[in-house]
Design a protein around this ligand. Structure first.
Ligand code: NDP
Ligand code: GDR
Length: 373
């Protein structure tokens, strides 16, 4: 019987939802912080929602925000968790250039608020702390592949905020003996990935295009290289990091790299669309892909399926990321179980299912909105 209590910030996000499921399966009592929104924002955790009126619920949601110190302190005082997973963040790199100050507050100072609350409440010896650090810390990479000892060079307000969070986590571990760890996670995706991150944007748009719901997928830098894993594999590692004798920081990655362009090709193949990229690089900034075969009903030879829109270029870009997960493998026995191909296929299948439902509704005269961000 597991009597452990966990608190997850960002429980309504991609990782938060998978982690909550994972911990509930392990018998944890799970508390999550959700933000007040004008529309329901718990879609990713609805399947594990438990009516608080039922006997002995194991999953609780609290209203809160990482920018609100008294709120965080009160929740920590009430919940007195054994483990805190700080997954909440303004997590979109491009958006952080638009809202740099808010990003610093939520992602940087928000982490300090939680650590300081743990200290203030005298929970230093009880509460273990996980910080969602990121491969974006490596930014302009200083070494290939990147590992725990690779120097940081952040390239966005998001990454700079996360750099503060990284170091304040290390500092509270060293200064106050808190069991606090950084997971330096490389990109990880799933059908629950937010629709404006590039992988989900691609699988969703191509699925819609294959059903005649959209015409063209507009992207930014398609030569960008990333080390993409599956979120389910990565939340397991977040938990593992808090179960060790000593707190340490770990890189979590697959050790394999693909370009955005390759991601498009894999996703298109899944849908039976064959793309021929016509532009050689970003210089052309025009059409970069056209369809080679009329395999699906709605896509014909010569149709432009992917085009470059400079609007999606970033003021300073992270061109290449490739992680070295040797430490996680050797010390924690962690290896990713879901391959890149399996992940792309799962994402495409889910988005195709949704697109087919929408196409059916449309064919019966129902109107539906598709966001094209
Ligand atoms: P998501 O964007 O899917 O989820 C972010 C979560 O944080 C959401 O629940 C969101 O709430 C919440 N949130 C945003 N702002 C605040 C705030 N001010 N106060 C409280 N909660 C807030 O991110 P992921 O699940 O993909 O990532 C989880 C964490 O891991 C993030 O910190 C991210 O920066 C980091 N990370 C992610 C990687 C990835 O590839 N996915 C890689 C490395 C690090 P709402 O639902 O209301 O928007
Ligand atoms: P990233 O993820 O910035 O790595 O941050 P994202 O999917 O947004 O971008 C990956 C790469 O694709 C390029 N790109 C585009 N990106 C988006 N979003 N939209 C486009 O149209 C587009 N076209 C090309 C980007 O320029 C970039 O090079 C993610 C987030 O989850 C962070 O929170 C996390 O810390 C890092 O991963 C690791």
């Amino acid at each position: 019987m597991n009597n452990k209590v966990a608190l997850i910030t960002g429980v309504t996000g991609q990782d938060g939802s998978y982690l909550a499921e994972f911990l509930l399966e392990k018998g944890y009592e799970v508390h999550g912080i959700k933000r007040r929104a004008s529309l329901f924002n718990t879609g990713r955790v609805d399947q594990i929602y438990q009516d608080p009126h039922d006997a002995n619920p194991k999953f609780y949601l609290h209203y809160g925000d990482l920018t609100d110190t008294s709120n965080l302190t009160r929740i920590l005082a009430e919940v007195r968790p054994d483990e805190v997973y700080n997954l909440g963040a303004m997590s979109h790199v491009a958006v952080s250039f638009e809202s740099p100050e808010y990003t610093a507050d939520a992602d940087g100072i928000g982490t300090l608020r939680l650590l300081e609350a743990i200290r203030f409440l005298g929970l230093e010896k009880k509460t273990r702390f996980y910080q969602a650090s990121t491969s974006e810390l490596y930014g302009l990479v200083q070494e290939i592949p990147q590992k725990e000892t690779t120097p940081f060079y952040p390239r966005s307000p998001y990454a700079v905020a996360k750099m503060y969070a990284y170091w304040i986590t290390v500092n509270y571990r060293e200064a106050y003996g808190i069991y606090a760890c950084n997971g330096i996670l490389f990109n990880h995706e799933s059908p629950r990935r937010g629709e404006t991150f590039v992988t989900r944007k691609i699988t969703r748009a191509l699925a819609n295009i294959s059903q005649g719901l959209e015409k063209c997928l507009y992207l930014g830098n398609i030569d960008s290289l990333r080390d993409w894993g599956h979120a389910k594999d990565y939340v397991r590692m977040q938990w593992l990091m808090l179960q060790q004798e000593d707190p340490e920081d770990y890189v979590i990655a697959t050790g394999k790299q693909y370009s955005v362009r390759q991601f498009v090709e894999f996703a298109a193949n899944e849908l039976g669309i064959t793309l021929r990229f016509e532009g050689k690089g970003l210089e052309e900034k025009g059409i970069v892909a056209s369809v080679a075969d009329d395999i699906t009903t709605h896509v014909k030879v010569g149709d432009i399926v992917v085009a470059i829109d400079p609007r999606y270029f970033r003021p300073s870009e992270v061109e290449t990321l490739l992680g070295d997960p040797t430490k996680a493998r050797e010390k924690l026995g962690w290896v990713p179980e879901i391959s890149f191909q399996e992940m792309v296929s799962e994402m495409v299948r889910k988005d195709l299912e949704d697109a087919q439902k929408h196409a059916l509704l449309k064919s019966h005269g129902y109107k539906m909105a598709i966001s094209l961000e």
